[in-house]
Ligand binder design. Sequence first.
Ligand code: GSN
Length: 226
Amino acid sequence: MAERVVLHYFNGRGKMESIRWLLTVAEVEFDEVHLTDREQYEKLLSDGVLMFQQVPMVEIDGMKLIQTKAILNYIAEKYNLHGKDIKDRAMINMYSEGLMDLMEMMMMLPFTAPEDLKTKLDTIESKATERYLPVFEKALCGPVFLVGGKLSVADVQLLECSLMLEEKFPGIFAHFSNVKAFQGRMTRVPAISRFLQTGSMRKPQPDQTYVKTVMEVFNIQLPIIR
Ligand code: GSN
């Protein structure tokens, strides 16, 4: 029997959350080892399992994979969530990169100086509504999925991103009815519906405990984002 997939990361969303989402949609069960202190991180470093001294790290199929995109691509390829050919894949990667850019902006919010928070939120909201959402609204005018009539990693990331956006900006989809309808369809997929219920492996919005742990593990001072 194949060994279970093990995720090494904080007990929070960060860069690992998209991986949790993708495994969930692929219906792959996983375990998690949470980084809670500096010693644990130093042990991973001294064991030589973090190629670039960074997490996320995922144990899968006898490998210890690092780099979020490489991990997502491996899972997407393995579970047929990466389109039918290289042209589909190019489109999927384009959408996926755009969504990661937007989600990374939101990921950094808890590490932002309080006096800069409003400006950062305003920038994210206007980028979301003027740059990113129009692209997805157009792509979903008719089709059920973003690329090739088939569920892909880009769809999973769009769903994750749409839920993150709504947490910060309720009503943001008022002028993006195709994206909102897509979100509704996706949340009715049984594995996704289970993931959205309390007690699943989905992580809540980052809180002060998460921020404090990340800072302690990496020996960093706040604010790291200005
Ligand atoms: O996408 C990736 O996996 C890499 N390109 C970046 C991973 C990364 O930045 N990991 C951070 C923690 S998660 N947050 O942003 C990390 O391990 N930082 C420690 C360090 O020394 O860089």
